[in-house]
Design a protein around this ligand. Structure first.
Ligand code: PXP
Length: 239
């Protein structure tokens, strides 16, 4: 049975649209946990466009399950992580102009650099996850850099515009998951997953956890946060 970790970034996006203090992603995280979520995820971006330092601090104090902080592998964020101590850090690429994280981290481009970042974070007792494209080579290098977990980027699969494209892109996810499993890495998946396209993942029991944000927040706006989370848990429980 797979786990669901809920990303609360876009609750903060709605707050920032008005520049006031509601809705609060910290309350949303509490509701997600009450609904049965296994973890809470937030991305502290360099430009603080949604989650801010106060949110991260309060999430650390209040999250009862597991807090996963997504961040760029830069000094400022490593320092913050070592102070706040989330349970897991997920290293992601970050570009100011992107609407959301666009691709996986190119671990292959700077393995020595990422090895150093992993050592610092693990020295602080934090588990490290690498968010990578469904590419066995990136998975292997993430493992060689000391990563505990790989999160396979499902965005390309989610954006498939036909069934044949979805099958072909899911095949790539499958190959990456199989190589991560052969390397004894813990495996997560996320980006663009929703109440429909998650169903195909029943074929990949090696995936321990799903990281899902936008589709849950989008449904929550209309039906409430707890119901939106519960309906996703029902699906994830089947995988
Ligand atoms: N995983 C990572 C690494 C992400 O950056 C995001 C988006 O913040 C997600 C998962 C969740 O994606 P979505 O909001 O499309 O569910």
């Amino acid at each position: 049975m797979a786990r669901l970790a809920v990303n609360v970034d876009h609750v903060a996006t709605v707050r920032e649209a008005r520049g006031i203090d509601v809705p609060d992603p910290v309350l949303a995280a509490g509701l997600a946990e009450l609904a049965g979520a296994d973890g809470i995820i937030c991305h502290l971006r360099e430009d603080r466009r949604h989650i801010n330092d106060r949110d991260l601090r309060l999430l650390r104090e209040t999250v009862k399950t597991k807090l996963n902080m997504e961040m760029a592998a830069v000094d400022e964020m490593v320092e913050i992580a070592l102070t706040v101590k989330p349970d897991v850090v997920t290293l992601v690429p970050e570009k100011r102009e992107e609407l959301t994280t666009e691709g996986g981290l190119n671990v292959k481009a700077q393995p020595d650099y990422y090895k150093g970042v992993v050592e610092r974070l693990k020295g602080g007792g934090i588990l490290v996850s690498f968010f990578v494209d469904p590419d066995p080579e990136q998975v292997l290098i993430a493992q060689q850099c000391g990563g505990d977990i790989v999160e396979i980027h499902t965005g390309h699969y989610s954006e498939a515009r036909s069934e044949s494209e979805a099958i072909e892109r899911f095949e790539r996810v499958t190959r990456a998951v199989e190589s991560a499993s052969d390397l004894d890495l813990r495996i997560s998946a996320g980006h663009g997953l929703n109440y429909k396209n998650i169903k195909r993942f029943g074929a990949l029991p090696q995936i321990e956890e799903y990281s899902i944000g936008h589709s849950i927040v989008a449904k929550a706006v209309l039906v409430g946060f707890e119901r939106a989370v519960m309906e996703m848990i029902e699906l994830v429980d089947y995988l």
